[in-house]
Design a protein around this ligand. Structure first.
Ligand code: CTP
Length: 449
């Protein structure tokens, strides 16, 4: 029996894929098709894939051409598979010409003529259901959002609004197709979704305006600073079948998610303590909004949602008490340390705009601990450490660009697939953050330094 193997993403299965599978099948008696896993695609920067791995496997199966379907999950797997399945021929489209010559050591390698004029990329780009996005607030973060969308598809930025029209014009320079609106309503009425990158205290009214107009919302973190408001907004979005998502870039990135699922599966035993810190010494930029008490300036509101993220992901929302220790100057906290008590665990965080500290994340468990060095909020590396150091393991990933592409991609994917929320940062995670922010505002168990 002659065994042939081929690989691909097979997103939005099209005639080019079917032709390729037919040609591959004709080369032997038994065809194995490797379909890339979602994580593997994301790891190699293929963020736009529309169908998830189960859907893609299903489409390949429905062609009736594959005798066996496997999942491709890591670089180098092709060599392992060829040896494991005694493969005679490796077949792939001619767009890969020469790229797989290294497999000739293991089997025959055939580059098959690619079908002209069709590809998943073309189909995704031509897709008429691209999400039309508007940006509200055209400052520093919005410019990063803007450049990050260049590597994604499924969305078009079609309008912007800022109370300062100059900022809108600056952001959209060189993009004549993007409409600069001079009022929020105008923008909201022209789009399917908005990204909010305005000062914290403006979020609530902008989110309400968008939801009232049936527009999906991705809102910079912290969403709001009050528990009831957060609950009301999520209820409203839910009733209207709209996606309301808090943009916390760490929450959506691959490495952080991998860390969380590994720890949840017990790799360091039961989690007993989470410690996370983040500081940015911005005191010399004192004129910034971040130091303005009237615009909810200060370390806690500005940075708190980042260290609260691993805490809520690992210990949940049901904490028993929280206390805060802050250094306050001119009515804003330059530094805050928070301690949360859970029934069987504790957590602490440190945030500073005027005090510098080591910004790492340490998760302590009954069998070992996870160590994520600064800047852990852009997670690209972590270690699992044990009493027996021979068991220690290091994990490396890639953090691409400004890292916002992952949250944007998740937002778009939720809208296109009609998923109302993301498990990576759920409404209850977001409500937890608002609860802690509110406790801070109300000075619950609050001590000044
Ligand atoms: N293929 C083909 N003809 C096409 C498109 C793809 O023969 N018009 C082949 C590829 O060469 C590969 C297999 O189909 O052997 C799976 O390719 P995949 O990368 O999943 O498909 P693309 O349409 O090329 O996807 P993308 O645009 O995302 O790269």
């Amino acid at each position: 029996m002659k065994t042939v193997i081929t690989y691909g993403t097979f997103d939005l299965l099209h005639q080019g894929h079917i032709n390729l599978l037919k040609r591959a099948k004709e080369l032997g008696d038994y065809l194995i098709v490797g379909v890339t896993s979602d994580n593997y695609d994301r790891e190699r920067g293929k963020l736009n894939v529309r169908n998830n791995v189960m859907e893609r496997i299903e489409s390949v199966k429905n062609t009736g051409l594959a005798d066996k379907i496997i999942i491709e999950d890591y670089i180098g797997q092709k060599i392992d598979d060829i040896q494991k399945y005694n493969v005679d021929v490796f077949a792939i489209g001619s767009d890969w010409k020469d790229k797989f010559d290294y497999l000739k050591e293991f089997c025959d390698v055939q580059y098959l003529t690619r079908t002209e004029g069709i590809s998943s990329t073309i189909l995704r780009e031509q897709s008429s259901n691209n999400v039309r996005i508007g940006i509200v607030g055209c400052g520093r973060i919005a410019s990063r959002f803007f450049s990050e969308t260049e590597v994604l598809n499924g969305l078009n930025i079609i309008g912007v609004y800022d109370i300062n029209e100059e900022a809108s014009k600056e952001l959209t320079k060189g993009h004549p197709n993007i409409c600069v609106h001079n009022n929020l309503e105008g923008l909201i009425q022209s789009v399917d979704a908005i990204y909010i990158a305005t000062p914290h205290l403006t979020h609530e009214s902008i989110i309400n305006a968008a939801l009232n107009n049936n527009v999906h919302v991705l809102c910079e973190t912290p969403l709001v600073l009050n528990r009831e408001t957060a609950i009301d907004l999520y209820n409203k979005a839910h009733k209207k079948r709209l996606v309301l998502m808090e943009a916390n870039k760490t929450a959506y990135c691959l490495a952080f998610n991998h860390l969380i699922v590994m720890i949840k599966s017990g790799i360091i035993g039961e989690v007993v303590d989470v410690e996370a810190s983040l500081s940015k010494l911005w005191i010399e930029k004192k004129s910034l909004r971040e130091f303005d008490p009237l615009q909810a300036g200060g370390s806690m509101y500005e940075l708190g949602s980042y260290p609260l993220l691993p805490i809520v992901k690992l210990l949940g929302t049901e904490f028993e008490s929280v206390s805060f220790y802050s250094r306050i100057k001119d009515d804003v906290d330059l530094y805050t340390k928070g301690i949360l008590r859970y029934k069987h665990a504790t957590a602490s965080f440190k945030v500073g705009l005027g005090i510098k500290t080591e910004g790492n994340l340490v998760i302590s468990g009954t069998k070992g601990y996870a160590y994520v060095p600064s800047p852990w909020w852009k997670t690209d590396y972590f270690e699992l450490r044990y009493e027996d150091q021979n068991q220690n393991k290091k994990f490396f990933y890639k953090w691409d660009g400004a890292g916002l592409r992952y949250e944007i991609q998740e937002f778009i994917s939720c809208i296109l697939n009609k998923r109302m929320s993301s498990c990576k940062f759920s409404p209850s995670d977001s409500i937890f953050m608002a609860t802690i922010m509110e406790d801070f505002t109300k000075r619950v168990n609050f001590y000044t330094l």
